[in-house]
Design a protein around this ligand. Structure first.
Ligand SMILES: [Mg+2]
Length: 319
């Protein structure tokens, strides 16, 4: 399950760049297309608005038999994760529900229960919505508005050569259940911005290899990861053990989507202090420095056997 555009159409990122040129933007737009959220200066001194829209679709982001409460949780959680990526605070959400034929009211209520529970936990108000018929399958679109102090907003751009690459939580094997149950890292992101001001940040929705590359492109730099530093989710290891067709755990950690963790960069001098303070503040959230930003573009991984190059699609070969 991952972000997906129709398989016969253009690549998602190619499509975005084609559309980007056509979009009108005014003076109030600080960041338009191209980061985790749009950033708007709505005239409140020292504060920016964050805008995000996201959708989940049956058969792509969840299966027909998934728990409706978890579907609701995921629909809102994905948008919250993008607000986290900018170190913001989510405030107001509206929901569009596309309902297939024969859908019952109890299931719709359960979807809303899942969304409402998560919204409550993060003090988000659900302020409206729209229900439309969508004969073949269920979809849920969420539009979310958040806020961030303008000097605390963390963008995808800003990483420098020498910065450490950091990741919260564990990676890979999300399909086994994490993709429906994850906790958006809002508190961690705001704490990081307040105390350590990461140089760049993104949330992991398409896999570490692909998402980290967005930071690298912005920085016109590369990164070298350390295999032994990656925290791989147990389910990724189990799947590899149970089926030869499953991805090897390392590849799963690098390329499986839907981890909904934070990936950020930070000057190396702060590593020990960050680890120590983060552990005290968030004892339940793993945090690892998984590599560093290097001058030469591209993504590499250092293993016992040598250094390998990684493509965003996961092809790995020896140098
Ligand atoms: Mg994102």
């Amino acid at each position: 399950m991952s972000n997906a555009t129709p398989s016969s159409g253009p690549d998602e990122f190619e499509l975005i760049s084609r559309l980007k040129a056509k979009l009108p933007t005014g003076d109030s737009v600080v960041i338009g297309v191209g980061d985790d959220c749009a950033v708007i200066d709505a005239g409140v001194p020292g504060q920016w608005q964050l805008h995000k829209t996201d959708a989940v679709v049956e058969g792509i982001h969840f299966t027909k038999d998934a728990d409706p409460q978890q579907i609701g949780h995921k629909a809102l959680g994905r948008a919250l994760s993008d607000i986290a990526a900018m170190a913001g605070t989510p405030r107001w959400a509206t929901v569009t529900l596309g309902l297939p034929d024969g859908f019952d009211a109890e299931t719709v209520e359960s979807i809303y229960d899942g969304m409402a529970a998560l919204a409550k936990r993060h003090e988000v108000s659900l302020v409206g919505g729209e229900t439309v018929a969508n004969p073949e399958r269920l979809f849920i679109g969420v539009s979310l508005v958040g806020e961030v102090a303008s000097d605390k907003c963390i963008l995808r751009s800003g990483a420098s050569v020498g910065d450490g690459v950091w990741v919260t939580g564990e990676l890979g094997g999300s399909i086994a259940g994490h993709h429906l149950e994850f906790t958006p890292r809002l508190a961690e992101a705001r704490w990081l911005a307040a105390h350590h001001q990461p140089s760049a940040m993104i949330d992991l929705s398409d896999g570490l290899a692909g998402d980290l590359c967005h930071l690298l492109v912005e920085a016109n730099a590369g990164a070298e990861l350390l295999e032994s530093a990656l925290q791989i989710r147990r389910e990724a290891r189990l799947r590899a053990r149970e089926s030869e067709a499953a991805k090897p755990p390392l590849l799963a950690a690098l390329t499986d989507g839907e981890d909904y963790e934070l990936c950020f960069t930070l000057g190396q001098g702060r590593a020990v202090m960050l680890l120590d303070q983060f552990k005290q503040e968030f004892p339940g959230t793993p945090l690892s420095c998984v590599g560093k930003i290097v001058e030469r573009p591209g993504l590499k991984i250092r293993q016992k056997s040598g250094i390998r190059e990684i493509s965003t699609r996961g092809y790995v070969h020896f140098q």
